[in-house]
Each structure stands twice: as structure tokens, then as C-alpha cells.
Design a protein around this ligand. Structure first.
Ligand code: DQQ
Length: 557
């Protein structure tokens, strides 16, 4: 379970290690070398998108954490800048951990972040600090000042090592408000703090939200979404057509969970809807490798953008040998599904500017046992979007009602893992064999499987299974899965996969269910990688339409 590990010990400087580029991505965000984790303080300022991120300047495992900084005009191509916030003061001497940006009136950015003031108790004594730009007229915001009145928030409870990751602030009733992730025993907690001036903060009497048995809540996020259309809202937005999203990154599972709910302005509390399960049997942004994400409102295109971190699934020794670890997934636009029970997510349109050579297939039948190669694109670095039609659903396998109560981890392990891409079904498994070697010694299948309940309702499962992805025995190769909330009346299902050397991001049904997998093929690399459409279900399916593009390499850092 390599990507669940956090390495607390500092790694010695390995800047002389030769960086192995074989599994580096071509269009995903990553620095030239070394370790990265959480995205921090994404924002738009004076013509540039800013991204800060947790970075170890000295090696490919977690440690020596600073806020590295890049800017972009399209969130796909990035220009690296000097780290913006590095440990230097008593209030952040042992680390500058995650945080967020808020734009104060007059377009004045301020960053809140967690400082580590003592290595004991592990993983460190945590306080909250602020930082402001040294020069507001610099659109690159190169230099940041950490005023001497820091820290501005200290833990008031005994749990000083579980008090971190302040959110973007929102404003109402004369106060700025933020939440900070924490826990008490096994109870996950988001503490609410209020301030009139952004410097003096007071803890609210009641937590903003809390849930038993969920452990430490890292990187909480809270934001409004519109129930009318796909536009995003400013974080302070209120109104009748507004619902709210609360996300916690659960340290116990290392996945991001969210609920849709209401914001009770009288009690200043978040209340999840009864259609949203709170906790680790609940909704996930991504049913694969995706953690410590953050959103922000993009005022240029009036959308809310979500970015998350995907850790490696390789061993830390392999990471040290290759000289880097961690990528960010492609930023996604997020908005509320019209039925208001979940979010929809889609890669930002700017990504499409990297599309090159294209192939287009229509109305191709895929019979049981077929694997049809999609030729004419660079399969190792591609974007593929396919719509399948199914003429008959009668052969769908029976759905087991106990699956409805499975947390996503069990859906992946116990359904996708056991009924893999090669296990014959009725309707499905069908989908894509990505990063496949010539004789299929290696491939990562991304596939759909249709089940039928006792009362004749259909359930669709999306799987992304790393088990056959690599001949290398050392890697963590999980089977990931998530059900897709879709009405099969039209007998149509869509799947889009972004394939990039060691990552596959797959979006079912226009972004209802998403799975990101990290894989490390030994044969299916570079020009030796192939892409197939396959079907191992007894029911023939049809590729109604398939568009696939070679993706150009982005200019990243
Ligand atoms: N990563 C940061 C913490 C956060 C964790 C440290 C989540 O602030 O809780 O690098 O990955």
C-alpha cells in the first residue's frame, strides 16, 4: 500500500541522483524532480492562475516541506517560480504545511497555512499562520511576507498535533470564517473560526461539522454550488439556489470524501442532506488515487476548479531511484448534478488544446472476446472518449444488495478485483485496455459492468484495475471501483480516459464517477504502448462513437 504511506523521516539530499524519465507524465503537473504532495492555495490573480504545493526540495520522499509555486495562464502549462513560503521563523520552523488563499476586498490575496513549531508530539505541534504578498503589483506574487504577529491561531485543545490545513475564508454576518481540520479520539472534526480583520480569530463554540469514527480530517474544503447550471460560485455566495459541498481528506483511508448539504447560517454549521452518506461509505471525488484536494472559484470563466494529488504506487526505493514522486491530476471543473445528490466533474477545456493526431470510429461491434486496437495515436499519451450502446440488457449479472453498503475500497477489492476484466460476464466487462503491451503481458483495464437488481433496476460499475498493469512485482496494484448513478433507458454508456505514461484518469458518464490509477508498465512504455477496446461479456456491445487523440506534451515547470 505504498501510496498510503507518509514518510516522516527526512531524506538526505539526493540532488545528484539521475532522474529516470520512463514513467514521468507528459501533461500532468509535476516539478522537475523530488517529492510533491498537496496542492495549496490555488487562485487567480492579475492574469495568472497560481498553484502552490507541498514540496521536498531535497528528495523524493516526504520531508523538509516548503510551499513551491508555479503560475499558468491555462492551468495546463506551468512556469516554475521560487518557493513562496519556507520554514524560517519560530512559528513555522519545522515545516510549512497545507493551507489556502483568500482574496480580500480590493483583490488582496492572503494565505493561511499550518506551521510546525515543534517536532513533538508527532507529527508536530501545529499552529496557523498568515502570509501576504510583498508586492501586490507583481502578478507573479513572487515574494511573500510572514508578519511577526504570527501565529494567529493556536490549538485550544490538547490535540496540538491534529490541528491543520485552514480553508479559504468565506464572509457573512460581518465575519470572515474558516475551518481547520482536526480530530478528537476517533471523531473527525472541522473547527470553525471567525474574524473581523483576518488577524484576530475566535473559535466558534460548536464545530462546523463533525463525524464519529472518521479519524483525522485533513485538508477540509467547504464551498457553495449552484442548483442552476454549471457555473461556479464565489466561496462567500449565499442564496436560494445554492447548495453546499463539504469535503474531508480522511487520514485513516487517504481518500477524499464529500457530502452535499445545507449551510445553517443561524447556527453557523454544515448539515449534510439525507441523500449524502457522511463518512467513508460516502461519495468520493475519485474512486482511485486522489487525495488532499482543494477547489477555488475561477472568476475568469466563472467555474469552480478542483485539483488533487496522486501519490506514487511504486515503492519509496523506486521513487528515490527515479528521483521524483507525486503528480497532480488534471484540474477539473466541478458542478452540481441536476438531481442534486452529487457533483459532476470534467477535465478543464484548456486540456483539449493539447489534442493532436485524432482517430474516429463509429458503429463498431465488439463481440465477446474481442480486443480491437485503436491505431494511429500515441497510446502512451492520449485522450480517448467513447460512447457504447448495448442493444440488450437481459444478460446483466445479478446485483448483490449487500454491495450497496460497501465502502468504495470494498467495491474495488471485492467486486472489480474478483470480477476482473478477463472474467466473463453478461453485459460487460467492456471498455478500454490502456497502456497495453504488444502481446498483452501488461495492460490496465478500465471497464464497465452492468448488474440487475431483483426488482429489475440496473446498476453500472466502473472499474480501473492495476493488477495486470506491470510485470514488476514490487508495485502496489489496486483494483479500484465505483458505481455510476445512471439511467440505462437509453442503453448508452460513455467513458473518457486521460492516459499519460503512469497515470490513467477515467470519467464515466460525463463525470459522474471518476477513477485515477497510477501504474508502471515495464513493456508498455513509450512507442510500445497500445490501446484497445475490449469486451468480455456474452452480450455484444457497439462502439457508437470513439474519438481518441495523441496528446502533446505540456510545458510544465
Ligand atoms: N499533507 C500536509 C498536511 C496535510 C497532509 C503535510 C495531507 O498539512 O494534512 O505535507 O496530505
Amino acid at each position: 500500500m505504498a501510496f498510503h504511506k507518509v514518510y516522516l523521516n527526512y531524506q538526505t539530499d539526493n540532488t545528484n541522483v539521475k532522474v529516470n524519465q520512463a514513467h514521468r507524465t507528459g501533461y500532468h503537473f509535476q516539478p522537475k524532480k523530488n517529492w510533491i504532495n498537496d496542492p495549496n492555495a490555488p487562485m487567480y490573480y492579475k492574469g495568472f492562475y497560481h498553484l502552490f504545493y507541498q514540496y521536498n526540495p531535497k528528495g523524493a520522499v516526504w520531508g523538509n516541506i516548503v510551499w513551491a509555486h508555479s503560475v499558468s495562464t491555462d492551468m495546463i502549462n506551468w512556469i516554475p517560480l521560487e518557493p513562496a513560503i519556507v520554514p524560517s521563523k519560530p512559528f513555522d520552523k519545522y515545516g510549512c504545511w497545507s493551507g489556502s488563499a483568500t482574496l480580500l476586498p480590493g483583490d488582496k490575496p492572503v494565505i493561511l497555512y499550518t506551521g510546525i513549531i515543534n517536532l513533538k508530539p508527532e507529527p508536530g505541534h501545529q499552529v496557523q499562520n498568515y502570509a501576504i504578498p510583498a508586492n501586490y503589483s507583481d502578478p507573479y506574487l513572487r515574494k511573500w511576507i510572514k508578519p511577526d504577529n504570527n501565529p494567529i491561531i493556536k490549538p485550544t485543545h490538547e490535540n496540538v498535533s491534529s490541528f491543520r490545513d485552514p480553508t479559504t475564508a468565506w464572509f457573512n454576518n460581518g465575519h470572515w470564517k474558516i475551518i481547520i481540520g482536526s480530530k478528537h479520539d476517533h471523531r473527525g472534526i472541522a473547527y470553525l473560526y471567525r474574524s473581523r480583520d483576518f488577524v484576530k480569530w475566535t473559535k466558534a463554540k460548536h464545530p462546523f461539522h463533525t463525524k464519529r469514527d472518521t479519524g483525522m480530517w485533513e485538508c477540509p474544503d467547504f464551498y457553495p454550488v449552484s442548483s442552476r447550471g454549471t457555473n461556479g460560485l464565489d466561496t462567500s455566495a449565499l442564496g436560494n439556489d445554492v447548495k453546499y459541498v463539504f469535503k474531508a481528506s480522511l487520514d485513516m483511508t487517504r481518500y477524499d470524501y464529500y457530502t452535499i448539504g445545507k449551510y445553517d447560517l443561524i447556527k453557523d454549521k454544515y448539515v449534510p442532506d439525507n441523500t449524502s452518506v457522511d463518512g467513508w461509505a460516502g461519495l468520493r471525488y475519485d474512486y482511485g488515487n486522489f487525495y488532499a484536494s482543494k477547489t477555488f472559484f475561477d472568476p475568469v470563466k466563472k467555474r469552480r476548479i478542483l485539483t488533487g494529488w496522486a501519490n506514487e504506487s511504486s515503492t519509496s526505493n523506486e521513487d528515490i531511484a527515479k528521483g521524483w514522486a507525486g503528480i497532480h491530476l488534471i484540474p477539473r471543473k466541478v458542478w452540481l448534478d441536476p438531481n442534486e445528490n452529487k457533483l459532476l466533474q470534467w477535465p478543464i477545456r484548456e486540456l483539449e488544446n493539447l489534442r493532436g493526431q485524432k482517430v474516429h470510429l463509429t458503429n463498431v461491434k465488439v463481440n465477446k472476446g474481442d480486443a480491437i486496437e485503436v491505431k494511429g495515436i500515441t497510446a502512451v499519451q492520449a485522450d480517448v472518449d467513447v460512447t457504447f450502446t448495448i442493444s440488450n440488457l437481459d444478460k446483466a449479472e445479478p446485483y448483490d444488495e449487500k454491495w450497496a453498503r460497501f465502502p468504495a475500497e470494498d467495491v474495488g477489492k471485492s467486486i472489480c478485483g474478483i470480477r476482473g476484466a478477463t472474467i466473463e460476464g453478461g453485459v460487460g466487462p467492456f471498455g478500454l485496455l490502456t497502456l497495453a503491451s504488444t502481446r498483452l503481458q501488461e495492460y490496465t483495464p478500465v471497464f464497465l459492468r452492468v448488474f440487475k437488481t431483483a426488482d429489475k433496476k440496473y446498476k453500472v460499475l466502473l472499474c480501473s484495475d492495476a493488477t495486470p498493469s506491470s510485470l514488476n512485482q514490487n508495485e502496489y496494484k489496486p483494483s479500484f471501483g465505483g458505481f455510476v448513478d445512471v439511467d440505462l433507458a437509453k442503453k448508452k454508456l460513455s467513458l473518457r480516459s486521460l492516459i499519460d505514461h503512469s497515470v490513467i484518469e477515467s470519467f464515466a458518464e460525463g463525470g459522474k464517477t471518476i477513477i485515477s490509477s497510477r501504474v508502471y508498465p515495464t513493456l508498455a512504455t513509450g512507442g510500445n504502448a497500445h490501446l484497445y477496446v475490449f469486451n468480455n461479456g456474452s452480450e455484444t456491445i457497439t462502439i457508437k462513437s470513439l474519438e481518441a487523440w495523441s496528446m502533446k506534451t505540456a510545458h510544465i515547470n
